[in-house]
Design a protein around this ligand. Structure first.
Ligand code: UDP
Length: 327
């Protein structure tokens, strides 16, 4: 039996990104075990073909049992709290979920002899960078409790891998959007906070309109610039990262984005164009914790993993998000 015959444990596999990665793993012939507490994820997003266990990643006994019973050598960790603005209102729950439960999970993995750890990190570890595009060696100066909590666990994972047999890939996501082309998964959130999600909700009549959080930034049109990456391209990056580790590759930290930025106004124009309807858009105040511009330098992902994104097209990303929203 080789390592690729063992199931991959995906924690947070009932969520937006975790479910897309699970689809991709299954497509590649892998067996997948999903653990998710369904606090923000949904049971019906867990892809057919994956086994599902409802539970908390901070429950060390559960994780120990699943890893031992299923013999998993590789894990992917998506579970966590992910909304920058919310992290300012409730910093301690962010530390509890992303660090407390995250650490308990990491510790259980190390004790169980897990060999490959794929961690979902974020561009929020960079804060407001001095230079664009941002490479992985840029200064790490997170400006939100969310970013700090994600970076702290990234460091814990790296430290855990500095001794023993475990290696890791930390993928730092820029702005993830869009949905599976076959409509099997997409973004769900009880309270939407991300721009494209909110805009497609407005475009499908689920909300009256939306507001731009600040139009006085030092950018060409005054609104924030982000690097929007299609969730299925991101999912492929995860499968490549896992394959790299399972073939004996070194631990790595890699940005995930396309290397080009769109402003909030660019995105809203594209949503209106693709949806064929005008949105009610107001200009509001800045939102706490928003850096003016984030654009990835993802050459490492391409060079080391051979990642070749197939969906680098804002209209296509928005079309897929609209199709999902309309379902
Ligand atoms: N944004 C906005 N209106 C909204 C939601 C988001 O203007 O209703 C802006 C937000 O201020 C940021 C950009 O869109 O400049 C991307 O925010 P999002 O929450 O999608 O992702 P983040 O960059 O915070 O991870």
């Amino acid at each position: 039996m080789t390592v690729t015959d063992t199931p991959v444990l995906v924690v947070g596999g009932a969520g937006y990104i975790g479910s897309h990665v699970t689809l991709e793993l299954i497509k590649g012939g892998r067996e997948v075990v999903v653990v998710d507490d369904l606090s923000t994820g949904r049971r019906d997003l867990v892809p057919a073909g994956a086994s599902f266990i409802q539970g908390d990643i901070g429950d060390s006994e559960l994780i120990r049992r699943v890893l031992a019973e299923r013999g998993c050598a590789s894990i992917m960790m998506f579970a966590g709290s992910i909304i920058v603005s919310e992290s300012f209102q409730m910093p301690l729950p962010y530390w509890r979920n992303n660090i407390g439960a995250g650490f308990a999970f990491l510790d259980a993995c190390v004790k169980a002899g897990v060999r490959h750890f794929v961690y979902s990190s974020t561009a929020a570890v960079y804060g407001a960078p001095d230079r664009l595009p941002i490479s992985e060696d840029a200064a790490l100066r997170p400006i939100s409790p969310y970013g700090r909590s994600k970076l702290a666990l990234e460091w814990a994972v790296a430290d855990a891998c500095s001794v023993g047999d475990m290696r890791f890939a930390a993928l730092r996501y820029f702005n993830v959007a869009g949905a599976d082309a076959q409509g099997r998964s997409g973004q769900v959130s009880p309270v939407a906070s991300h721009l494209i999600k909110i805009a497609v909700e407005a475009a499908t009549g689920k909300r009256p309109g939306l507001s731009i959080h600040g139009a006085d930034y030092p950018t060409p049109d005054g609104t924030c610039i982000r690097d929007y990456i299609h969730v299925s391209d991101l999912a492929e990056a995860h499968v490549l990262a896992l394959g790299h580790l399972e073939r004996g590759g070194e631990s790595l930290i890699a940005n995930c984005g396309y290397g080009r930025g769109f402003s909030v106004r660019d995105v809203l124009e594209a949503v209106q164009r693709v949806a064929g309807r005008e949105l009610a858009i107001a200009i509001g105040p800045r939102r706490r914790g928003d850096p003016p511009a984030l654009v990835a330098d993802s050459t490492l992902l391409t060079r080391v993993l051979g990642w070749t994104p197939k969906r680098n097209d804002l209209d296509l990303i928005i079309r897929s998000a609209l199709d999902w929203e309309a379902r």
